[in-house]
Design a binder for this molecule. Structure first.
Ligand SMILES: NC(=O)c1ccc[n+]([C@@H]2O[C@H](COP(=O)([O-])OP(=O)(O)OC[C@H]3O[C@@H](n4cnc5c(N)ncnc54)[C@H](OP(=O)(O)O)[C@@H]3O)[C@@H](O)[C@H]2O)c1
Length: 241
């Protein structure tokens, strides 16, 4: 496999894991559309960082819970760069929703962002990609749900089903794979005690890092072209613990 050329669109790429993926894809020679919803200044910083390193990128705003926005984000990528070769569905929300108190609005917000958003971004991308790949960022908890986060875990189980269904539907021209990370960057409201507890339940005895996810993206982008419908689990062993 050579260095991938072409254009990547990474959703939710203004911050955290998405930003790391966007920068890594640029380092692999791709032009990158850095999508954001509210983190405009962070997204612009990612674009500037890519440009300083000699890459090409643009920032595109949109709310992926809106189907029209999913289509506009993809169309703006095409208007800017003329093609799309790789979509990384990374944008998501994650917050505590105990069964007894979860609201309909919380359910809708979670499922509409993580699952519906990924579905309609993928559909819009598939319409314009002649040949390429979609990578969905799922979560190991889509395979073994956390208590107190059911809408999130169910949405990520849906992302895994979406990956397999799209892989069948879009073959042979578009490969569709998922990455299922374990704990990588904890939300700000997790305290030290919770972090220690998570590490204690992780066989490899550490949290993952964005670069662990990035390495899986790199592998899918340039390491193989004979993989579709697969889920790469990067969870420090949580699934077997
Ligand atoms: N962090 C972890 O440890 C971990 C573990 C397992 C799986 N994952 C998965 O890995 C991916 C990245 O994780 P992360 O923690 O870096 O994500 P994150 O910070 O929680 O969210 C990433 C981005 O999603 C965007 N987003 C949220 N709602 C949106 C909407 N309606 N429309 C458009 N964009 C929206 C936000 O963009 P703005 O900031 O611009 O609003 C946000 O910056 C996610 O899919 C997550 O579920 C993460």
């Amino acid at each position: 496999m050579g260095v991938p050329k072409g254009v990547a669109l990474v959703t939710g790429a203004g911050r955290r894991i998405g930003a790391a993926i966007a920068i890594a894809l640029s380092e692999q020679g791709m032009r990158v559309a850095v999508h954001y919803r509210s983190s405009q200044s962070e997204a612009v910083k990612v674009v500037r960082k890519i440009e300083r390193r000699g890459g090409v990128a643009c920032a595109i705003q949109g709310d992926i819970t809106q189907v029209a926005d999913c289509e506009r984000i993809v169309n703006e990528t095409i208007r800017t760069f003329g093609r799309l070769d790789l979509l990384v569905n990374n944008a998501a929300v994650f917050f505590k929703t105990p069964l007894a108190t979860v609201t309909e609005a919380q359910w809708d917000h979670t499922v509409n962002t993580n699952l519906k958003g990924s579905f309609f971004c993928a559909r819009a991308a598939a319409k314009v990609m002649r040949k390429g790949q979609i990578i969905n960022i799922a979560d190991w908890s889509g395979l073994r749900p956390y208590r107190d986060y059911l809408p999130y875990c169910i949405s990520k189980a849906g992302v895994i089903a979406l990956t397999k269904g799209l892989a069948r539907t879009l073959a042979p021209h578009i490969a569709v794979n998922a990455i299922a990370p374990g704990p990588v960057l904890l939300p700000k409201d997790f305290n030290e005690e919770e972090k220690t507890e998570i590490v204690r339940h992780t066989p490899l005895r550490r949290l993952g890092s964005p670069s662990d996810v990035v390495e899986a993206v790199r592998f899918l982008a340039e390491g193989t072209s004979f993989m579709t419908g697969a889920v790469i689990i990067i969870d420090g062993g949580r699934l077997v613990s």
